[in-house]
Design a protein around this ligand. Structure first.
Ligand code: HT7
Ligand code: ZN
Length: 870
């Protein structure tokens, strides 16, 4: 397969001004007639090459003249047409036939539960018709959908509704027109027998916008939260960024078969139903949060992605990093900012750090790719968002807004590069970002070594930081890193700086832009404790040796809530790692007094937000701990972490019981959402179950039986999933019996079992793959079982028999042809093989080799497996 390089970018030879599409939907096949108005962009071009895949070409007309097959050249991927150099403007009419019913890849036009829908990002439009399918070709679209009005009463496309009629042959015809020029990846079409929930929003300049959410019939009562989230997002973007919506209608359609979370098509967002449908009985609090943030994310794309789009796919982070940053800001404003930040960083560390440390590492602006779908990664999205956040931190809120205003003003209606984005921020703010630009092209996570010196005689404290980045290799040059920090005195009070750029303040953002750099602070009476990279001000790994006591001190006292949480996580990881070294001699984790005291302090602090308390009292996950081991020992990590959980459960048993009862029965403190009480209550429940006492199994079972909300039901099941006990089987059976008709809830049932720690887990998973409700065809179902197993069950995925790896490679080979996008996404866990012992390395790489030998290997899977192996 060919590799595409950023350095080879060339403007298109021709541009498309208008697109007039007629899509005739049929039960066997769909006929697409595309009328294009084109114009020359390169005076020397003699050939127009249009992308097209999986299409049957019926006819081509140029300027009204029907071309004969010898006048064009159609291949599997292209339609080449000669164009005389004297021709400037011309028209084309292309008729193609496609089979959406047979489309299992969920790209282009496909059917989901009997409804037609599209997914065109990144290169799906070429599955619908021949086109210049690249984001720098922006055109105005008019779309007519024709089909059986009884089967498909709802027919939607981008823009505003122009006409709806019944044709003489009885078919329904609906025409939409989108006045905003857009790239083809933002095209959308939906047709089906769907229910609609409506609302409205008036923009601050007085435009009345109709809001519609289309769902399968019977789901109308599960749209309230999505609708509220949409209205909040629209208002927030006006207030925070001055961005208004620009059409008279905004539509969301929920579909059950979708490769990713959602898609920001202009005026017609298509969503995975997971990110729309919710009621307290059917969705957890985490699901509610997910919906709020994905609705916001897609809505915010209207300005960061749609009005201003990417010049080419190497610029993907231009829209994705920026939009993730904006949705994170939004969620922080809607909820507890500290908890939001903790969740965001946890996600980054869990998904992006391993990617950046492994064979699939790439800069947020990749320089080459084989298959662009493989670059919708945690790096482009989540690290991309951190890069924007660092610009925000360096500029400050006011200058950042000035920069963003200039970006919108300068580039509205254009397809641009990340360089143009950074220049606009620089010009709007007046802040030099020359060195900062290196973040865009540097792969790998910087590591920061810390050296501290205090001179009691002079009262001077000298902090020396050194940055390094193994992945950057030859191209390593120091990055411009915002160091947000403060100092704490011996009582834990914030120290006021007596000199330097932040004199008189207790916190500052320092420019750390050299390989090795010192920062000095004077006027101190004793050695301070430094609280570094507050709020996770840069996506770096801090390599700082700190005593348990020092970490416990920050855990208990730091003014910055994020760093308080982080100190607790570092402390717990240190302790677990120390215990792992001793695991062969003694199975019991030893939790030092410093840790238990700090834990007790947080446990009894009723002033803290309950959701924060829950996060602070949760031990780092097994994968977090694994990241700190040169060779990961999944079994030892699990054993020691579980021992620690049991010890914490037993040591604070009375506190957990009290907390459980308080959170379950007493009202939630004012200014905190109900969900924070559920989160803390269920944290307490997990520790109580960890004690091993039978009475808490009964408590979980009672919670499950009495629960009226999905959060508590799932938490109870999750608490029981690892035990072998009749109650466990009864609960899982009851749950399935009750919810078997609701796909999203059944997904949770699969996930919980995939993450079980019972000895029978591998056999159970194989059995579940044979379950009548399991299918490889639905990405949500696949992720719920196989995704949860590979990313959420390290012990059994890495079972020394190699069975976990074989399950995964079996799924990849089964999906390689039917849905290569999804198949490729499942390769990454095997790519981590170098992190494991020799036996596992051999087993994992053997599966990668097997995958590479598959007949008809897709480019998607090839690229991931090949990079993972070598
Ligand atoms: N921009 C959207 C990306 C997306 C996507 C990409 C490839 C294949 C399928 C896809 N579905 C959605 C989603 C987003 O980031 O907002
Ligand atoms: Zn996005």
């Amino acid at each position: 397969p060919a590799t595409i390089y950023l350095k080879d970018y060339k403007e298109p030879d021709f541009l498309i001004k208008t697109v007039d599409l007629t899509v005739e939907l049929g039960e066997e096949e769909t006929i697409v007639t595309s009328r294009l108005e084109l114009t020359r962009n390169d005076e020397n071009a003699t050939k127009l090459s249009l992308n097209g895949e999986h299409l049957t070409l019926q006819s081509v007309k140029m300027d009204g003249h029907m071309l004969t097959p010898d006048e064009y050249n159609a291949t599997d991927e292209w339609l080449h047409l000669p164009v005389a150099t004297v021709t400037t403007d011309f028209s084309l009419e292309i008729v193609t036939r496609i089979k959406p019913q047979e489309n299992t890849a969920l790209e282009g036009l496909y059917k989901s539960n009997g409804n037609f829908c599209t997914q065109c990002e990144a290169e799906g439009f070429r599955w619908i018709t021949y086109f210049l399918d690249r984001p720098d070709v922006m055109a105005i679209y008019t779309t007519t959908i024709i089909g059986d009005g009884e089967l498909y009463p709802v027919m939607l496309s981008n823009g505003n509704l122009m006409q709806q009629e019944t044709l003489p042959d009885g078919r329904q015809s609906v025409t939409w027109h989108d006045p905003h020029p857009k790239p083809s990846y933002l095209f959308a079409l939906v047709a089906g027998n769907l229910a609609v929930v409506e609302d409205k929003f008036t923009t601050r300049s007085g435009r009345n916008v109709k809001l519609q959410i289309f769902v399968e019939k019977g789901n109308e009562d599960k749209c309230d939260h999505a609708m509220t989230s949409l209205k909040k997002s629209m208002k927030w973007d006006e207030e925070k960024y001055g961005r208004e919506y620009d059409l008279d209608i905004f539509m969301i359609v929920a579909v059950s078969d979708f490769n990713m979370g959602a898609m920001e098509n202009k005026g017609l967002n298509v969503f995975n139903s997971k990110y729309v449908l919710a009621s307290p009985e059917t969705a957890t609090d985490a699901d509610f949060d997910g919906i709020e943030s994905v609705i916001a994310h897609e809505y915010f794309h209207n300005w960061t992605g749609n009005r201003i789009t990417c010049r080419d796919w190497f610029q993907l982070t231009l829209k994705e990093g920026l939009t993730v940053f904006r949705d994170q800001q939004f969620s922080a404003d809607m909820n507890s900012a500290a908890v939001q930040r903790i969740d965001d960083v946890q996600r980054l560390r869990a998904a992006q750090f391993p990617e950046d440390g492994g064979p699939l590492a790439h800069p947020i602006q990749p320089q080459s790719y084989v298959e662009i779908n493989n670059f919708y990664t945690a790096t482009v999205y989540e690290k991309g968002a951190e890069v924007i956040r660092m610009i925000h931190t360096l500029l400050g809120e006011e200058k950042f807004r000035k920069g963003m205003d200039l970006y919108f003003e300068r580039h509205d209606g254009q397809a641009v590069t990340t360089e143009e984005f950074v220049s606009a921020l620089e010009d709007g703010s007046g802040v030099d970002l020359t060195q900062f630009r290196r973040w865009y092209v540097t792969p790998g996570t910087p590591e920061i070594m810390v050296d501290e010196r205090f001179d009691p005689k002079t009262g001077q404290y000298k902090l020396t930081l050194e940055q390094s980045n193994l992945k950057a290799g030859e191209i390593f040059k120091p990055l411009h890193i915002p160091l947000q920090m403060g100092l704490l005195d011996e009582k834990g009070q914030a120290v006021t700086f007596t000199d330097g750029p932040f004199k008189g303040q207790t916190e500052g953002v320092f420019d750390f832009n050299k390989k090795r750099q010192s920062f000095t602070f004077s006027g101190l009476s004793s050695q301070p404790k430094a609280s570094l990279f507050r709020g996770f001000s840069a996506p770096v790994k801090l390599r700082q040796t700190m005593s348990d006591d020092a970490l416990a001190f920050l855990f208990a006292k730091d003014q910055d809530l994020f760093n308080r949480w982080d100190a607790g996580q570092r402390l717990a990881s240190n302790i677990i790692l120390k215990n792992i070294e001793a695991v062969d001699e003694d199975d019991t984790a030893i939790l030092p007094a410093a840790f238990l005291d700090a834990f007790a302090e947080i446990l009894s602090d009723t002033e803290l937000d309950r959701a924060f308390t829950a996060s602070a009292l949760t031990l780092p996950g097994e994968q977090d701990i694994a990241q700190r081991m040169p060779i990961v020992d999944v079994d030892a990590i699990h054993k020691v972490r579980e021992n620690a959980r049991q010890q914490i459960g037993l040591t604070f048993e009375e506190n957990w019981r009290k907390l459980y009862n308080e959170c379950a029965n007493a009202p939630t403190p004012a200014n905190q959402p109900e969900s924070s009480s559920r989160k803390l209550k269920n944290t307490a429940l997990r520790y109580l179950i960890a004690t091993g006492r039978e009475e808490y199994i009964t408590l979980a079972a009672t919670q499950f039986r009495k629960s009226t909300n999905m959060t508590d039901s799932v938490a109870a099941l999750s608490g029981l999933k690892d035990i072998t006990h009749p109650v466990r089987d009864e609960m899982f059976a009851d749950y399935y019996e009750k919810w078997q008709k609701d796909a999203l809830i059944v997904d949770k049932w699969f996930t919980l079992q995939a993450m079980s720690m019972r000895e029978s887990t591998i056999a159970d998973i194989k059995k579940l793959m044979e379950h009548p409700a399991f299918t490889l065809r639905n990405p949500n179902r696949l992720r719920s079982l196989i995704g949860a197993f590979t990313s959420g069950n390290p012990v059994y995925f890495h079972d020394k028999s190699g069975e976990g790896y074989r399950i995964l490679s079996g799924v990849i080979s089964a999906m390689n042809k039917t849905n290569p996008q999804i198949a490729a996404r499942f390769v990454a866990p095997l790519g981590q093989w170098r992190r494991y012992d020799e036996d596992r390395q051999a087993l994992m790489s053997a599966e990668l080799e097997k995958i590479l030998k598959l007949p008809d290997l897709s480019d998607h899977v090839y690229e991931m497996a090949n990079k993972s192996l070598h």
